[in-house]
Design a protein around this ligand. Sequence first.
Ligand code: CTP
Length: 397
Amino acid sequence: MLSGKRILLIIGGGIAAYKSLDLIRRLRERGAAVTPVMTRAAAEFVTPLSVSALAGEKVYTDLFDLTDEAEMGHIQLSRVADLVLVAPATADLMAKMAQGLAGDLATTLLLATDTPVMIAPAMNVRMWEHPATQRNLAVLRGDGVSVVGPNAGDMACGEYGPGRMAEPLEIVDAVVGALADGPLTGKRIVVTSGPTHEPIDPVRYIANRSSGAQGTAIAAALRVLGAEVVFVTGPAEVSPPEGVEVVRVNTAREMRAAVLAALPAEAAVFAAAVADWKVIAASDSKIKKVAGALPVLEFEENPDILAEVAQMTEGRPTLVVGFAAETNDVIDNATAKRARKGCDWIVANDVSPETGIMGGSENAVTLISGSGAEAWPRMGKHAVARQLAARIAETLV
Ligand code: CTP
């Protein structure tokens, strides 16, 4: 997948540096060559010896190593790679990159390079949320740097929130997406994801518990296989993947308009949890509480985007995939839904509360197609996404 590609991996000085060892292994498994560079602080967390052993290459650590300058100057070192990957990218490294500082080998390479740069930030949640870091992030994005993660979760420092470095496999996926040609290269695929918000008045809305995790993972997996992905997302918890065209919407109607505008496409995957109803005549001003008088909300049905696209007579995507979240009679209900909506596949999942799937990291999926129901083993949402993307690729070839 990455054979013939060279990654210049800059390891910053943070606790997440230990994950860079696994990252090197995963990149090499996929055929990439990895030239490691460590900041001085990184060497406090992992040893240059382990890094170089895993990379199977010399590790570069200091700007003023005269032998290195004779063998391979730092300018040249920054240019031989297909991608410069900074993992972990600490707050300090991001700040230096945003400022264009070049006080050591890592930052000099980052300033001298003319190849694409990707960063995997990792830091304490407060540092990540600090306006200075967010400012630097915006500057880096503006400079064309792509960003993978960070994820939310428990942190080594005992706090919780965004700041954990993306997992090595997610970083590898982003690298593959940035570098590799895959079976879906040149194919346009629309993916809907996340919940929709249906306004009641300017401050209140009706929503659902979808985190957007499964739709985001699917978009990322399709991108890895080379697809040109238009990612139409409601207000989701999970950030959109790198390398896809993101269209942000709030309501079901906005989602429908965005999907129709994104067509034609070879495939469309409807992973969004679209609200079935909207409030008729949402109020333009905040509904005030009046003693003894409860407000009455009237609803009307939202357009069914999946059904509409699946039943298009002209310009229908070759493959239309819907999701069904069911709590009972999963296969029967999903099979009926496939017929009713007219889509090619339904990815059915059992979301009864005891499964912990809604909002969780795993999924238990049954794929319903014209040839019947196929139960997949329970697995992570990323694994489901990879398997589904692979099936889509087989079908579209
Ligand atoms: N969907 C859509 N537009 C809607 C509603 C749902 O595109 N207005 C898509 C979802 O993205 C998903 C599938 O349709 O792919 C889910 O079907 P859904 O209609 O939500 O199931 P329901 O019929 O609402 O479920 P139930 O049978 O429980 O009503």
